[in-house]
Ligand binder design. Structure first.
Ligand code: C2E
Ligand code: CA
Ligand code: CA
Ligand code: CA
Length: 278
């Protein structure tokens, strides 16, 4: 990677070499991680405003043997640049379906639904619909139990193709959620063309809900959802005040540290069990 200098000259700064080395190391590491089972899913519950469990979001975790925990914000972009995102995404969906199948057959009350994050690159893959359908069939689960969280950037490259893919996914029965809603560059006009079930209010709008500060945006997103018949779910809810403000707006579902942090499976199951006995 090279940056253009002020006078047009190419600069190559030492940190860029280091970035390139890290990137290569991460790419190599990710391939190994996929082969050697160094990846896992953590789960963060989603609860309705009145406290009823709705489901959970699966968040990918990677523990590198030397580097330790590498955050998804670091390795997902590397996976996208190297094309590994397809294998990684397939791994996530397969694992999520296996968890849904296992929990349902064991009678675990996790809300019944699991959400996974889907990269724009996956949506753009011509066989994505076929692949994901094959995965749910093999796992023996109902597509309605899986929510696919996508971002607005999935629509940027080829809107018509993405639209067709989303309609295909929706008609199979998958639930679709627009993640980080309001942070992208898309217009409102596209929104009513999309077969979305949920809008996820980005954490930046939720953390802006400070006491005594008027809220211009989170409430606006809830209104958009209501008009378009989409449920709204707030992410990154950390305080009681935020919960109360979101409730007053009519937001449907909450996710955030206030309810529970993302947890590894054993701790998540423990959280579920202890919650049901109180
Ligand atoms: P996201 O989809 O917006 O996920 C929410 C992020 O907010 C997660 O970070 C979660 O741990 C964090 N979070 C949840 N509640 C709170 C809260 O109350 N306060 C704060 N400050 N943070 C909270 P995480 O797990 O580090 O994931 C970061 C991003 O990486 C995700 O953002 C998502 O875009 C991406 N990601 C994670 N797993 C996957 C995956 O399997 N596939 C793809 N393509 N992307 C993934
Ligand atoms: Ca998400
Ligand atoms: Ca999000
Ligand atoms: Ca976010």
């Amino acid at each position: 990677a090279k940056a253009a200098g002020r006078n047009g000259a190419r600069l190559f700064l030492p940190h860029m070499q280091q970035d390139a080395d890290n990137r290569l190391e991460l790419e190599r590491g990710l391939r190994t991680a996929l082969e050697r089972n160094q990846l896992s899913l953590h789960f963060q519950p989603q609860v309705s405003m009145n406290g009823k469990l709705q489901g959970a979001e699966a968040l990918l975790r990677w523990r590198h043997p030397e580097l330790g925990d590498v955050p998804p914000d670091v390795f997902i972009p590397v996976a996208e640049e190297t094309g590994l995102i397809h294998a990684l995404g397939t791994w996530v969906i397969t694992r999520a379906c296996a968890h849904i199948q296992a929990w349902r057959s064991q009678g675990v009350n996790f809300g019944g639904r699991l959400a996974v994050n889907v990269s724009p690159w996956q949506i753009a893959h011509p066989q994505f619909v076929e692949h994901i359908q094959a995965i749910v069939v093999t796992a023996g689960i109902d597509p309605e139990w899986l929510t696919l969280e996508l971002t607005e950037s999935a629509l940027l490259n080829d809107f018509e193709a993405a639209l067709a893919t989303l309609h295909a996914l929706s008609s199979i029965g998958f639930r679709l959620a627009m993640d980080d809603f309001g942070t992208g560059y898309s217009s409102l006009a596209y929104l009513q063309q999309l077969p979305l079930d949920e809008l996820k209010i980005d954490r930046s709008f939720v953390s802006a809900l400070q006491p005594s500060v008027p809220d211009p945006l989170a409430g606006f997103i809830v209104d958009i959802g209501r008009r378009l018949g989409m449920a709204t779910i707030a992410e990154g809810v950390e305080t009681e005040q935020q919960r109360a403000r979101l409730g007053a707006m009519g937001c449907d579902t909450l996710q955030g540290y206030l309810i529970c942090r993302p947890l590894p499976e054993a701790e998540f199951l423990h959280w579920l069990a202890s919650r049901q006995t109180v």
